[in-house]
Design a protein around this ligand. Structure first.
Ligand code: ZN
Length: 113
């Protein structure tokens, strides 16, 4: 978790993140974040069961039977789910499945079609 660099000016480890910059709390030196993933602040990477990165609009296939909460419906293994939308949370895929309707899936139970 703690991947903050030391201050390049005074070497202090008491640095923090401020927007796209790092700031040293000792000497107040500010410098830009230059690591890869600069724009990844609010972009959570969602991966399927095979480790492929999923994106909004992708089509995925369900890899195991999934019971639909609060109903007797089951999303069968092999069901194709079109046009997924990635969301925050435990169930990180928002989608609509033919015959079932809108529901949420866990990315670990799908693979990219
Ligand atoms: Zn400093």
């Amino acid at each position: 978790m703690n991947d903050l660099p030391n201050c390049p000016q005074c070497g202090s480890e008491y640095t923090y993140h401020d927007g796209s910059n790092f700031v040293c709390s000792l000497c107040a030196h500010e410098w830009p974040q230059d690591e890869a993933g600069e724009n990844s602040d609010d972009l959570k990477v969602v991966k399927d069961a095979n480790g492929n990165v999923l994106q909004d609009g992708d089509t995925v296939t369900v890899i195991k039977d999934l019971k639909v909460k609060g109903s007797s419906l089951v999303v069968k293994v092999g069901t194709r789910v079109k046009n997924i939308r990635l969301v925050e949370g435990d169930h990180d895929i928002d989608c609509k499945i033919d015959g079932i309707g809108a529901m949420k899936l866990k990315s670990e139970f799908v693979k990219k079609a």
